[in-house]
Each structure stands twice: as structure tokens, then as C-alpha cells.
Design a protein around this ligand. Structure first.
Ligand SMILES: [Zn+2]
Length: 169
């Protein structure tokens, strides 16, 4: 596992770039959310400055993770293609100041350090990228006849019936 650590401020100042792949099995917090720990993510990290001169990291992560559908309880592949901009602050207080200054929801402010764990950063981004309650767009059993039959035999809710009555008058 690449447990690599960067000096985040000098990484930005020198406009360095790094990229690599990471096994999902090596990310314990992400693994917990996944139906399977097979697979890998590719990532890249680039340092630069924002227009106000704050050190900034651009992180991209792409890959596919297996999530458990909360509706039919079968695993499915969820494609991740995330790109985030992270401004580095020197402290929590500094992070609050920068956040207030930028007032931009698209930009995250994180506290940087000279021993900044890139793995943790990637894992945090992944946890934000996956849905809290993952579901198929269309569950496989809905495509077969089973779900249609279940739908037909399901009693109409009183509200649906009311709606119909109101709609008629
Ligand atoms: Zn499903």
C-alpha cells in the first residue's frame, strides 16, 4: 500500500503532481461501505495556488466500487469520477476564515500539514462521492415480471385514491 505523505504546502508551492492507483481493500473506511473490496481507484493530485494565492490541491479520483443496493439488497457497480479542489489552511481557525472569504460551496478548505496523508484525503473524497443510501437506478428484479406482479397486487394507498377522486371532480 502506498502510505505516502506529502508536505502539502511545499507540494502546492512547487506545483508538484502525483498520481497512482489505490486498492479499495487498502481503504478501510471505504471498504466498510462497499459490498466488495475488489477493484482499484486511479487518482491524481496536483498542487497550485488559487487566484487569491491560497495553496490549493486538485484531486481527481476515478474507478468503480461495488455498493449494496438498499432497495433490492444486491450489489451493483457505482462509477466514481470525482474532481475536487481543496484549499489548504494553516489551522482550523484559518480554514474558517478562508471559507468565509471564498463563500464557495464548490471549494473545500482543509487544514494542510507538512505530513499530509494523501491516502486519507482520497478516502475522504470517496466517502463523499458515494451516495449515503445507494440504489440501482432500476433494480434488476423490477425489470423481470416479479416486481410488476407485486405492483399490481399492491393495494392503492388511501392518498392515491383520494387524489383520483379529487381529480375527477
Ligand atoms: Zn436494486
Amino acid at each position: 500500500m502506498q502510505a505516502f505523505v506529502i508536505d502539502a504546502f511545499s507540494f502546492c508551492q512547487q506545483e508538484e503532481q502525483q498520481s497512482g492507483t489505490m486498492l479499495i481493500a487498502d481503504l478501510p473506511r471505504l471498504s466498510k461501505e462497499c459490498a466488495s473490496t475488489a477493484g482499484a481507484l486511479s487518482w491524481s493530485l496536483a498542487g497550485s495556488k488559487d487566484k487569491l494565492g491560497h495553496p490549493q490541491l486538485m484531486l481527481t479520483v476515478a474507478g468503480s466500487v461495488q455498493l449494496m443496493c438498499q432497495r433490492c439488497l444486491t450489489p451493483f457497480a457505482f462509477e466514481i469520477d470525482s474532481e475536487s479542489i481543496l484549499i489548504l489552511a494553516r489551522s482550523e481557525d484559518n480554514a474558517d476564515e478562508i471559507e468565509a472569504l471564498l463563500a464557495d460551496d464548490e471549494v473545500d478548505v482543509v487544514v494542510g500539514s507538512k505530513a499530509f496523508k494523501v491516502v486519507d484525503l482520497i478516502e475522504d473524497e470517496m466517502l463523499l462521492a458515494i451516495p449515503q443510501s445507494p440504489k440501482h437506478a432500476v433494480c434488476p428484479d423490477e425489470q423481470s415480471g416479479a416486481a410488476v406482479d407485486a405492483e399490481a397486487s399492491k393495494k392503492e394507498s388511501p392518498f392515491a385514491v383520494l387524489k383520483k377522486i379529487n381529480g375527477r371532480t
